[in-house]
Ligand binder design. Structure first.
Ligand SMILES: *[C@@H]1O[C@H](CO)[C@@H](O)[C@H](O)[C@H]1NC(C)=O
Ligand SMILES: *[C@@H]1O[C@H](CO)[C@@H](O)[C@H](O)[C@H]1NC(C)=O
Length: 388
């Protein structure tokens, strides 16, 4: 009986030619995430004034935890944002055609003051939240920002529900287009071998979408990449990806994330390890996720926001920080900030503080970093979400 059932399954798989995707084990970080939720519940007890609790908070879910129709509701909302007109000044920012592009433009504009800085994590947390609000308030999306749990797909990103190119994915790989290795670290060390993609994404919900801004400084080595000569130039083109298992399997496994969270006790070493140690050839999960996408604009430090998978990646960056902040239920981690206000302290600058404003330009009110340190409002501010 059981044997014939097994034979039937084998025959079915052979007949359809579809090998089922097998997620990698993510038990290491799942345990820490559960501890983080418990940690938040514990800290919330001392904050009876706040209306946000683990119970009332929005629940951000992993991509494959959503049903296919929930995933399509998300990508439909993103496409709705891409169909709404920009609210930026068209003379100053000619390349911003849509509300989606507004997010790309703001990220481009602030690139040097939001990476390898004290506000890297907080700026991207607030940015991703403002994006989630735009999907909900301007495009009728009823869910919350999903995240891409890197470790789950690290060994087979192309076969994963995130990138398999089906209607319920965030888009497939690019079609093959010859290209060189991607010098993600900018120094030739661990240049990422060209994968099977590199051309336009022609499968999934974003087939045919127009990328309008950038590339400003792309690591993608393709003969037809032309960098823009002004920051906000209108440069319409297809979305290109080279989804790359070399990067994901070497730099974004569950083990990599667990090690990052548990072996960096202070915020400076945590945020540095996450962003990578470029002179020593280390990507870190942040760069690792970006270069798993690769292509254009994915491999451009400035305009990578133009690939809609950016926000799933940055939700996971945020979740990883959120786990680090909360799994020990240590109040001090909700006030931990380190680093300066210029990229890798170039040019040398003062230390960032919790009172520094996160500049969202036309996207939303600027807020002190302090107000986004807790995702459940334990330090004030409007955030009220947890990761499940
Ligand atoms: C870019 O940043 C500068 C300096 O903060 C600001 O004056 C300008 O309005 C910003 N432009 C856009 C498009 O965000
Ligand atoms: C990981 O990187 C090494 C080189 O450092 C390479 O030999 C290996 O093939 C990579 N893994 C995959 C799955 O591509």
């Amino acid at each position: 009986m059981q044997l014939s059932l097994l034979q039937g399954v084998v025959a079915l798989v052979a007949a359809t030619g579809v090998a089922a995707f097998k997620p990698a084990c993510i038990a290491g970080t799942e345990k820490l995430a559960a501890e983080a939720l418990a940690g938040i519940a514990e800290l919330s007890k001392n904050n009876p004034g706040s209306s946000c609790t683990v119970e009332t908070a929005a629940k951000r879910q992993e991509w494959s935890a959503l049903s296919v129709s929930e995933r399509i509701a998300y990508t439909d909302a993103v496409k709705c944002l891409m169909a709404k007109p920009s609210i930026l000044d068209p003379v100053e920012v000619p390349g911003a055609k849509s509300r989606y592009d507004d997010f790309v433009a703001i990220h481009i504009n602030q690139t040097f003051s939001i990476h390898a800085t004290a506000n890297f994590l907080s700026w991207h947390r607030y940015f991703t939240w403002v994006y989630e609000q735009a999907l909900r308030n301007e495009c009728g999306y009823e869910g919350y920002q999903p995240y891409w749990n890197w470790g789950k797909y690290a060994l087979d990103p192309l076969g994963s529900p995130l990138f398999d190119g089906s209607a319920g994915s965030i888009g497939g790989n690019g079609v093959f287009a010859p290209h060189g290795c991607t010098d993600g670290l900018g120094n030739g060390i661990n240049c990422i071998p060209a994968g099977e993609g590199g051309g336009c994404v022609e499968t999934g919900p974003f087939a045919g979408m127009s990328v309008n801004l950038g590339p400003v400084f792309s690591a993608f080595d393709s003969p037809d990449i032309v960098l823009v000569d002004t920051l906000f130039k209108y440069n319409p083109r297809c979305l290109r990806r080279d989804i790359n298992v070399w990067v994901s399997s070497n730099w974004t496994t569950d083990h990599d994330s667990k090690k990052l969270i548990t072996q960096n006790a202070d915020i400076v070493s945590f945020q540095n390890a996450m962003q990578g140690d470029f002179p020593n050839g280390v990507y870190g999960v942040h760069s690792g996720g970006h270069y798993t996408l690769g292509g254009d604009p994915g491999a451009d430090f400035f305009s990578s926001t133009g690939d809609p998978a950016f926000f799933l990646h940055h939700a996971q960056v945020d979740r990883t920080w959120w786990i680090w902040q909360n799994y020990k239920s240590a109040e001090a981690r909700l006030e931990a900030i380190g680093g300066t206000i210029t990229i890798s302290n170039q040019p040398p600058s003062r230390d960032g503080t919790l009172d520094d404003l996160i500049d969202m330009d036309i996207l939303a009110d600027s807020r002190p970093i302090r107000e986004v340190m807790s995702t459940v409002g334990l330090k004030g501010g409007p955030l009220c979400y947890v990761y499940v």
